[in-house]
Design a protein around this ligand. Structure first.
Ligand code: FES
Length: 152
């Protein structure tokens, strides 16, 4: 069976999969117990599964685990804690940006990736960066306010 090693939230992890095209999302959720990244569409179209790979936001349902070999993966579990939320998580809490919350981890991860590149991102840049993260509850305005709050 193919074996892959990578860092997940700072810890070295090694996994085996039956095939080398196993999506990273499945490995994170089913083998490593990290269920923060969600399965939404499985087609790269909703953003619910967004995680960071070497700091870049990726759709983990579309990335084969083989592509993460030797790299650094960050999931929502690796950002902050209930006592010490990441600034983006804190902004989302303040703005009550989540309704059902299913999309929230993906939106937060996409926002973290954007603000790492552009800490003072404009409204238009935030909108462009999050355009592919869908919220079926329709809280996009609150999400936008939260992301802009996180720009400081
Ligand atoms: Fe990956 Fe929808 S579950 S983009």
């Amino acid at each position: 069976m193919p074996t892959y090693s990578f860092f997940v939230n700072g810890s070295a992890r090694t996994v085996q999969t039956r095939t080398d095209d196993q999506p990273l999302l499945y490995v994170l959720r089913n083998q490593l117990g990290l269920t923060g990244a969600k399965f939404g569409c499985g087609l790269g179209q909703c953003g619910a599964c967004t995680v960071l790979v070497d700091g870049e936001a990726v759709r983990s349902c579309m990335m084969p685990v083989a592509a993460a070999n030797g790299r650094g993966v960050t999931t929502i579990e690796g950002l902050g804690s209930p006592d010490q939320p990441h600034p983006v998580q804190a902004a989302f809490i303040t703005e009550q940006a989540a309704q059902c919350g299913y999309c929230a981890s993906g939106v937060v991860m996409a926002t973290v990736a954007l603000l790492a590149r552009k800490p003072k991102a404009t409204r238009a840049e935030v909108q462009a960066a999050l355009a592919g993260n869908l919220c079926r509850c329709g809280t996009h305005q609150r999400i936008l306010r939260a992301a802009l709050r996180a720009t400081g």
